[in-house]
Design a protein around this ligand. Structure first.
Ligand code: FAD
Ligand code: NA7
Length: 538
């Protein structure tokens, strides 16, 4: 009987997570195969090539922290990175560390079955191959499985139709009537960019208006760059010791502890400095938890919208009145684009879309909007979306998909009891933060636990290798913590992908840990220092 699997580890996904996971496991001496559904590396940034696609984490923090020489040398000319720049950066990392040799593209992991007798996973790939692997790491992304709304008549549209999360290599909208459904982070970026292209008409079909603050994008001066280059170690230490990892100190000041005058000044300062997370969490500490604080902040933003949009009818349509409690957004001139005569907003909350015809969109007030191009900026089946496409069968023959049907959950976002030697990056109940530093923390935790298990497996029992499994009680505790930490948040009262409340038929649940990066890292450190007592190493 064969006693060794074909390979030590299969990693699914070649975005930020999969690339670093591959690098670390190879460095530990493991044999690794990364399988990626796309034709190349990049993950999110391979697929989301829509015009205006931008990271809204500042450039210096949307990268890996572990290569100091590269941090000092790699160029980033502006405060924010555009999609092609992030894709180029990830390709550069893969080339620099010679990781492409471990990667197989155009290949999806379709499923995996745990073989308890041999303690390995039998991994099925879309290429038709089956591989046995001691470890499987899913780095399949949390904003990756695209969400297409199920609107009657969708297939009858005769114009061009696109989803932002699967954008074509080339397009030409000059002189065309373009409709965009969706105005989340993606829709805001896309609309801002398309308005500058020579489109005949641009209509935003908008259900909920959003609160959008300026990003504060600008060129990076050589003095700023030099200063950052001198202080990388301190910068990363501070980032990893913060709540959101966005490079600012979260405010500890309650909104109503200052005078109205001071409040206005603090908001104005943040508005001119820019940044979505900064505006929500760097100004005051209770905007996402205190209803009155939230209302005061929302009113400030509405005043700004009124000032920016000259047509009062358009301005009113763009004005949000629900909680300011979705992922904070920032822009590079979104509202101003609606001052153009060929850019308008259609309020589909008041008059919902009834159907799509061969010519365009019909709304409940009987209007037909004729379009040449229809774009869905309708987001993602977040966090567990990509897992629904796979069948992962664990130690007791139960599948992860059936376990997660009611409520996707995982211990620390990385491990699920009953699924030994399977690890996820950004799995359910991961912290809600800037993601590259979090991905690093999770990758390093996974690498370390694998190294620890290999060291502690007694000689002679090595043929079956280590079997690492999270304790069910530890998972229950973690779910309880996630529930508790989000209980007072207005985010939880507001429908969005953060609580799985954006996809028809998906049951909303607590998908994130709201304790922040520093508390999360502390929790991981305690686990490591206790000798991983929340895990069994059978
Ligand atoms: P991804 O980059 O999503 O990569 C997952 C990969 O797995 C994909 O390439 C996919 O093809 C592949 N895959 C999926 N299923 C399978 C399978 N079964 N088999 C093989 N391969 C599979 N985060 C921030 O922190 N800051 C930002 O400013 C920010 N901006 C964003 C803007 C946009 C438009 C989007 C969509 C996301 C943004 N994010 C941002 C989130 C972003 O997804 C993460 O920052 C990061 O890219 C996640 O990396 P990842 O490797 O975990 O997953
Ligand atoms: P989001 O933030 O989920 O936004 C999706 C948008 O699409 C939002 O405006 C939705 O309206 C709209 N939507 C979704 N389904 C429909 C239907 N059926 N009809 C009309 N409108 C619809 O996704 P994004 O891609 O913008 O951003 C996701 C994250 O990626 C972002 O936070 C960054 O982290 C990167 P709604 O507001 O729900 O009424």
């Amino acid at each position: 009987m064969t006693t060794q699997p074909d390979i030590d580890a299969v990693v699914a996904g070649a975005g930020f997570g999969g690339i670093y996971m591959c690098k670390n496991l190879v460095a530990q001496g493991l044999s690794v195969k990364v399988v990626e559904a796309a034709p190349d590396v990049g993950g999110t940034w391979y697929w989301n090539r829509y015009p205006g696609a931008l990271s809204d984490t500042r450039s210096f923090l949307y990268r890996y922290s572990w290569d100091l020489e590269d941090l000092r040398e790699y160029p980033w000319p502006r405060e924010y990175l555009k999609q092609p720049e992030i894709l180029a950066y990830l390709r550069h990392v893969v080339e620099r560390h010679d990781l492409r040799q471990y990667m197989q593209f155009n290949t999806e992991m379709q499923g995996a079955t745990y073989d308890s007798d041999r303690n390995w996973w039998i991994v099925s790939l879309s290429s038709g191959e089956q591989l046995t692997a001691r470890y499987v790491v899913t780095a399949v992304g949390l904003l990756s499985k695209i969400n297409y709304p199920d609107i009657p008549g969708l297939d009858s549209f005769r114009g061009e139709m696109y989803h932002t999360g699967s954008w074509p290599a080339s397009y030409d909208f000059a002189g065309k009537r373009v409709g965009v459904i969706g105005n989340g982070s993606t829709g805001v970026q896309l609309i801002t960019a398309l308005a500058d292209q020579d489109v005949k008409q641009l209509l935003s079909f908008q259900r909920h208006p959003q609160y959008v603050v300026p990003a504060g994008d600008a060129e990076i001066s050589s003095a700023t760059r030099e200063d950052i280059d001198k202080h990388w170690e301190e910068i990363w230490a501070e980032v990893k010791d913060s709540t959101f990892g966005f490079g600012f100190e979260e405010s500890a000041t309650p909104t109503f502890s200052v005078s109205e005058e001071d409040r206005e000044r603090i908001f104005e300062d943040a508005w001119s400095k820019g940044g979505g997370f900064y505006f929500m969490f760097g100004t005051f500490c209770d905007i996402s938890t205190n209803e009155e604080a939230n209302k005061a902040t929302a009113e400030f933003i509405r005043r700004k919208i009124r000032q920016k949009v000259t047509d009062p009818v358009k301005a009113e349509k763009l004005m949000p009145y629900d909680w300011y409690a979705r992922r904070p957004l920032c822009d590079t001139g979104y509202y101003e684009k609606f001052n153009r005569p060929n850019v308008d907003v259609v309020d589909i909350k008041t008059h919902p879309i009834t159907r799509i015809s061969d010519k365009g969109i019909h709304t409940a007030d009987g209007v037909e909007y004729e379009l040449d191009v229809l774009i869905f900026a309708t987001g993602f089946d977040a966090v567990d979306g990509n897992y629904k496409r796979m069948s992962i069968q664990g130690a007791s023959n139960e599948t992860l998909q059936s376990r997660w049907k009611e409520e996707p959950s995982s211990f620390l976002g990385v491990s699920v009891p009953g699924f030994p030697n399977l690890f996820s990056i950004l799995g359910p109940n991961s912290p809600f933060t800037n993601l590259p530093p979090l991905i690093e923390v999770q990758v390093e935790f996974i690498s370390d636990i694998i190294a620890h298990a290999s060291k502690t497996t007694p000689a002679g029992s090595g043929a079956r290798g280590p079997r690492i499994e999270a304790d069910p009680a530890a998972l229950s505790d973690w779910i309880g913590k996630c529930d508790e930490l989000s209980a007072g948040s207005l985010f939880r009262k507001t429908d969005s992908w953060i609580f799985g409340a954006n996809v028809a038929g998906k049951k909303p649940s607590v998908l994130f840990y709201f304790g922040g990066l520093t508390m999360y890292r502390r929790a991981l450190r305690d686990i490591v220092q206790s000798g991983y007592k929340e895990f069994s190493f059978a």
